[in-house]
Design a protein around this ligand. Structure first.
Ligand code: ATP
Ligand code: MG
Length: 162
């Protein structure tokens, strides 16, 4: 489905904002895009991907004053969305594996948390099914940032073919 991204994100972020307020999490969404543009998105699948990524930020960062920031901007033919948290971060030696199926980091902090290690593998598949990509950067004790990119659907000129 070809969807204008700005309203889609506003709605999605509004849903999260509500949930975050209840959990006392400082949640920010910033749209740095000037003009709207269209993406080819399956709403349910993209919602699921965001739930998995933001759900992790909540789950693994809940032992301190958590701040989650989502930023959307445009880079040429791409919409870039960053999902940043100030949680515990992920050790550099584990970072290459977090998108693998069933990979989870087992430690004192995570041992009591319910998890299967599928959340990010699924998120990555859903994003790639949209022609998009997801990458991660993280610093221990500082936080984690997931960067999503989606190709913009070019507007067809009126009367023109493409
Ligand atoms: P599931 O999502 O299936 O419940 P999971 O959360 O363990 O299980 P993933 O979502 O795939 O699995 O995440 C893999 C691992 O990456 C997690 O076990 C966790 O250790 C680490 N991780 C993911 N996101 C974050 C984050 N925002 N901050 C810190 N660690 C994270
Ligand atoms: Mg998860």
């Amino acid at each position: 489905e070809v969807i204008p991204i700005q309203a889609f994100m506003e709605d999605l972020m509004e849903e999260f904002k509500f949930e975050m307020e209840e959990r006392n999490i400082d949640f920010h969404y910033q749209n740095k895009m000037e003009d709207d543009c269209d993406l080819n998105l399956d709403r349910k699948r993209i919602n699921q991907a965001f739930k998995n990524i933001i759900g992790n930020a909540v789950k693994y960062g809940s032992n301190k004053d958590l701040v989650i920031c989502i930023t959307m901007k445009r880079n040429d033919d791409i919409v870039a969305i960053d999902i940043e948290d100030n949680g515990p971060g992920i050790p550099g030696d584990k970072l290459p594996y977090i998108f693998n199926r069933f990979y989870r980091i087992d430690n004192e902090r995570t041992k009591d948390l319910m998890s299967t290690g599928l959340g990010l593998a699924i998120a990555k598949e859903l994003i790639q099914a949209h022609g998009g990509s997801i990458t991660v950067s993280s610093i221990e004790q500082k936080g984690t940032c997931f960067s999503l990119e989606f190709p913009i659907v070019k507007k067809t000129k009126e009367g023109g073919k493409e």
